[in-house]
Design a protein around this ligand. Structure first.
Ligand code: GLU
Ligand code: MG
Length: 446
């Protein structure tokens, strides 16, 4: 869609308020609402935001040593007409994702969405394109009246009752997303009490991330409308299963006509390019963990033997490693399982595509599958299979990201320095707090 077409759509849809949106390095949406009279200016020239908006930490403070200060000027969020969508949950309101541009209109290299576009173009230069589908897990919770959170209901895992008890919420989510041109493949009750999961249909990487961000917004809104809070936090309580963001990827011909992921030889192996793509993702899995799970909390989730991966191996029917090949026949593809919803999804996808492309270029062999849950494997079995751990903490993961030229290269120097600074600062703040477990263990111990 072009600029004029977008202006036409805004009129046709009787939109009075346009939310011009970007996502910062913590994946948090920033937006300004533009009233009807200013649509043309906003769509043609973009909306100015302070660059300093981008490097605030999770507690809304800029870290010491921040580069984007009060004197760092503006970026211009220029709407991508293809990302236009009405927001039926807000009357007469629509939203549009943007490209971050410099004042002279040139692309700003710190823009996450532009970084993903660059990764897509790199893949195309080697004769490939990719399709992606993002599958977030989340909990519906409410305050428990004692400073904590309680699950929305007590329904059992994967139960129909779990859907029945959240039927109003589920209807609202699917119908709102439908009106936003986001096709939901499925919505289900996950393992944890009060935990749900939703998948949007696969699409090109940029559309898949745009859809995922719509999905997250709609879930939050629908939860609020039904009296709950939706949380995507990786590990809400130690004893609750974690919230993942599984990324489903397939490799296609550059024009997007042919799915090149499955091999033609059998029903469940990958093509040579597919294997190398997966090999690259496994090879760069430490850096991808830093990019995909960038909070101290995330490392409480990534533990072996919990369904969340703690190790860099792949399997076919095995949900315990960093990569799985779900489905057989034409449905075969690559599922990356370690990321969570605190990532910057445009940067995370850019990193995944760059890692896969590096695998294709280097002809990286992913090795044989490991078909056992590592939480139940013996140390000998693990040693024999040569399986590597994923980073066990955020500092380790961020060092791996910084030291990986392929994944760091996909993020780009400008975005990476702000990302690392903010994330390391969050780790530092986290380290200053005393955890209830520490009092339980040490207060009376000596
Ligand atoms: N909840 C698990 C995690 O945090 C994933 C469960 C699954 O869908 O396999 O990774
Ligand atoms: Mg799941």
């Amino acid at each position: 869609m072009g600029t004029e077409e977008l202006l036409g759509r805004l009129q046709e849809d009787n939109v009075e308020h346009l939310w011009v949106t970007y996502h910062d390095y913590g994946g948090v949406a920033g937006a300004k609402s533009v009233p009807k009279g200013r649509f043309r200016g906003a769509v043609e020239d973009g909306i100015a935001f302070a660059r300093a908006n981008l490097n605030f930490d999770a507690t809304d403070h800029q870290p010491p040593g921040a580069h984007l200060l009060a004197d760092s000027g503006d970026f211009f969020a220029v709407p991508d007409p293809d990302s236009y969508s009405v927001m039926p949950q807000y009357p007469r309101t629509a939203r549009v994702h943007t490209w971050m541009r410099n004042e002279d209109g040139s692309p700003w290299e710190g823009c996450p969405r532009t970084r993903l576009l660059a990764a897509v173009e790199d893949l195309r230069s080697e004769g490939f394109s990719a399709m992606a589908a993002l599958e977030p897990e989340f909990y519906l919770v409410a305050p428990d009246g004692q400073d904590g959170w309680a699950p929305a209901n007590r329904a059992k895992m994967f139960s129909q009752d779990g859907l029945a008890l959240a039927a109003g919420f589920a209807r609202e989510v699917v119908e709102t997303l439908g009106a936003m041109d986001v096709e939901v493949s499925q919505l289900d009750k996950e393992y944890g009490t009060g935990q749900y999961e939703i998948t949007a249909r696969h699409a090109s990487p940029i559309k898949a991330v745009d859809d995922y961000l719509s999905l997250r917004q709609v879930i939050r809104d629908a939860a609020r409308a039904t009296g709950f809070v939706a949380t995507f936090m990786p590990k809400v309580y130690a004893e609750w299963p974690g919230n993942s963001l599984h990324v489903h990827l397939s490799l296609w011909s550059a024009t997007g006509e042919r799915d090149l992921t499955p091999s033609d030889e059998d029903e469940d192996s990958l093509s040579e390019a597919g294997r190398h793509f997966m090999g690259g993702i496994l090879e760069h899995s430490a850096a991808l963990t830093g990019l995909g799970s960038p909070t101290p909390n995330g490392y409480k989730r990534l533990q072996p033997g919990t369904w969340a991966p703690g190790n860099a191996y792949w399997g076919r029917r095995n949900r315990s490693g960093a990569v799985r090949i779900p489905g057989s026949g034409r449905r075969r593809h690559i599922e990356h399982r370690s990321g969570d919803n605190t990532c910057q999804p445009f940067l995370f996808l850019a990193g995944l595509l760059a890692a896969g492309l590096d695998g294709i270029r280097q002809k990286t062999d992913p090795g044989p599958p490991f078909e056992k849950d590592i939480g139940h494997a013996t140390p000998e079995e693990i040693r024999e299979a040569g399986i590597k751990d994923l980073p066990r903490s955020l500092p380790e993961a961020l060092d791996a990201l910084e030291g990986d030229p392929v994944v760091a290269g996909a993020v780009g120097g400008e975005a990476l320095r702000h990302f690392l600074l903010v994330k390391r600062h969050e780790q530092l703040q986290y380290g200053l707090h005393v955890h209830p477990w520490e009092r339980a263990a040490y207060l009376e111990a000596n």
